[in-house]
Structure formats: C-alpha cells, structure tokens
Design a protein around this ligand. Structure first.
Ligand SMILES: [Fe+2]
Ligand SMILES: [Fe+2]
Length: 255
C-alpha cells in the first residue's frame, strides 16, 4: 500500500462531496453565502457540525495512516495511534448523532480536504506535532467555544456531547506533546523541523483571522474562535507556545 496517500485517494460514500477548501469558499461567495465559521443561528451551527463530523472522519483516517506509514516507530507510539483511531471513530459517531439531532446527515454539505492536507509529513515526530498538537489543539479551541455557545443556547445535548469529545482531544494533544518530546530526544534539529511543521499549520488557521486570544475579542463576538488556554495547558502546551499563538493571531488581525 502506498504511503502518504493524496486526498483524492480517500475512500468516500457516494453521498459525500470532497473538494478543496478554497473552491468551496469561492462557490459560497458566488452564491452570496457568507463564510461564518461559528454558529449564530441554527443553519450555521448545522453546517459547522457537518464540518466537525468530516474533521473527525479525517482525524480517524490520519491516526490510522500514521500507524501504517511508520512501521518502525516504537510499539507504544503505534498503540497510542491505534487507540486514537478508536477514539476518533467514536467521535465520528457522536457527531453523526448530533447531525441527526439537528436534522441533517453526512453529505448534506461539502467536505473539504484541509485537515488531510496537514498530514503530509514524512517524519512521525512532525506528523504528531502537526496533527496532534496543531490540528487537535485547534479542535480544543473550537470545541471549547461550541460548549460555551451550547450553554448560552440552553442546549444540554450539544454541550455534554462536545464536552465528552473535548476530554478525548486533550489526551490526543497530550499524546502529541509526549511523542514529540520522546521522538526528538537528543536531536534538536529534528525537534526544530517538527515544530516548524506544526507552526505552519497553526498559521494556516490563525492567518485566516478567525482565531484570537480571549482578551482580544471584544463585544462577545462569537464569530471568532478563542484560544483554549486551560485545555491547551492540560494538554502539555507551554505558556510560551500559547503566547506565540496569541502573537500570531494578533499579527493576522492587523491585515
Ligand atoms: Fe476527535
Ligand atoms: Fe482527536
């Protein structure tokens, strides 16, 4: 089987439409649909749930590919990846359930390839830095915000379901923090390359201008994803790394 498979090779049911994020944005613009990334109303929330459902599917595939792509990695590393596949498959089911709860189903919206694109690193240390710390760190930010919105809406189903998933995501980020440290022990060059890969992913999301430090969000603007400081600290992010994320988001806000 081929390693590092491109996004076109991901198997999908006929009802799913997978396309580039840029193309999906262009089509939305052509149709005069705005590009809100966080839910204010029910339709935006439904679309967001679908996006997260697709993210969970791709996270499950990504952990499976990390397991497959690096057969020489330590056995405990492979066990962690196998456990993560299991966690992500449960998350997929939870978000499919939340979609049904909101009157939608997989395939009602397009799926974009952006998460899978972030998996293309040939070193397992970079892979866990990018996926577990970069992308799943972002998932912590998104989920924490979603919980707050559900609380505001008085929706206990969404609040509890997402809180349950967030607990798993914190362990995935922590797994990434541990393996990044272990795999690069005594090899500062390798650590640096892995961190740079992670930062390139952090920037993709910060530079779209949709992520900020909570103290930088005025007027309770829910269209902005805030950085989940507490969840990230629990997951092994250092103060310095969080400050770097905040600085990157401030830089993007200036554009
Ligand atoms: Fe997940
Ligand atoms: Fe995860």
């Amino acid at each position: 089987m081929q390693r590092m498979i491109p996004v076109e090779r991901l198997a999908r049911e006929d009802r799913m439409v997978l396309m580039r994020a840029r193309k999906a944005r262009e089509i939305r613009e052509e149709q005069n649909l705005d590009d809100r990334v966080l839910p204010f109303d029910e339709e935006a929330l439904r679309a967001r749930m679908h996006g997260i459902f697709c993210g969970e599917v791709q996270a499950m595939e990504a952990a499976g590919r990390t397991l497959f792509d690096f057969p020489d990695a330590p056995w405990e590393f492979q066990l962690d990846m196998a456990r993560q596949v299991w966690d992500e498959s449960r998350h997929t089911e939870i978000f499919e359930g939340l979609l049904a709860y909101m009157g939608a189903e997989p395939g009602d919206y397009v799926e974009t390839e952006v998460l899978w694109r972030c998996t293309q690193a040939a070193d397992p240390a970079a892979r866990v830095a990018g996926i577990n710390r970069g992308l799943e760190g972002l998932a912590c930010d998104v989920f924490e915000q979603l919980i707050r919105i559900a609380q505001k809406n008085g929706d206990e189903v969404i609040e509890r379901a997402v809180d349950y998933v967030l607990a798993d995501e914190i362990t995935h980020v922590r797994m990434g923090s541990n393996w990044l440290r272990k795999l690069t022990e005594g090899d500062p060059e390798r650590l640096k390359r892995a961190q740079e890969f992670q930062e390139s992913i952090d920037e993709v999301f910060s530079f779209r201008g949709t992520r900020r430090a909570i103290e930088d969000v005025r007027d309770g603007n829910e269209n902005i994803i805030t950085i989940a400081r507490e969840a990230r600290m629990l997951a092994g992010f250092s103060e310095e790394e969080i400050e770097r994320l905040i600085a990157a988001s401030r830089k993007s806000a200036a554009y």
